[in-house]
Design a protein around this ligand. Sequence first.
Ligand code: ZN
Length: 352
Amino acid sequence: MKNQEIEYPLGARPGDGEMLKIRDGLYWVRMPIPIEGLDYINLYLIEDDDGWTIVDSGFKSEKITELWEIIFKKFLKGKPVTRLICTHFHPDHMGLAGWVTNRWNIPLTMTFGEWTFGRMLYLEASEKTPDFVVDFYASIGFSEKMLDKVRARGFNHFERAMTPVPMGFSRIADGDVIRIGKRDWQVIVGTGHAPEHACLYAAEEGIMISGDQVLPRITPHIGVYPAEPLANPLKQFMQSIDKLSKLPRDTLVLPAHNDVFTGLHNQLDYYKSHHTDRLKKLLEACDSPKSAIDLLPVLFDRELTESDVRLAISEGLAHCHYLVEEGDLDRICGEDGVWKFQRHGARHRAVA
Ligand SMILES: [Zn+2]
């Protein structure tokens, strides 16, 4: 059966401070975020018998808290917010979790991996960039000039984007079912973009709130970062694609960025081919030892801004680590202390 093309069946978006009805008791809210290239995050409200569940909170900003207050006043039919579920720890999703949970005196509902990771990053923030972080970027080939920027950036950019991350949480895990109003929402955990990302799936109507795990028009960022320098997130992401491919083809997907869409399988297939294509290009380029920095032009044919470079390198590393684990690339430490990647066996052939 042919995959359903990507379509945007609602044909409309909510304006600032507005809620758009998707189905009875299920609404879409958009909030402006200061992240270049994304511009907006989608948040969802689900009506319960005695209150409302919010899915994702938005970035810490005065503008978003103002818009929330408008929504709270105008649309909640006099019922309180009783639950906040955050799909994952990234600041555009969890940034206002502290504010929302305080505002309504409610618990924060998240997976264990996402809450602990967010809480950890919030608590370990410091003005000074830890040596461990500088060493990580040095080992992947950053120049002294680039390392100076890592040092100057400090280590509190996450904290600055967050209201205090709640000290306690209410746990959800893969396979759990949350009853909200007349619907059962099944938690489907995805990986690769974040450690334990929760998607919510209402099987009866075939609706999935996908967070950043599945996005239309763009591919979710898959990166390696200092906290787990040998991670293989691309493998986890590919496994999550297989898991989500079991959902029905006509699933209505409610993503965290861009528009509500159908064509889930089409998009999952696109992700697979996009990453497979990049893996192939990398492998071809690694006939001699290359650092993650050397490999940037292989993966990105556009001019990269400074913040792009960090994301691009972490994404490039994710592809290298995938190939290392598959046995296709060797990871070799050069005399300069920088990790290089080379096609498996290429070194031996060159010597012979
Ligand atoms: Zn994210």
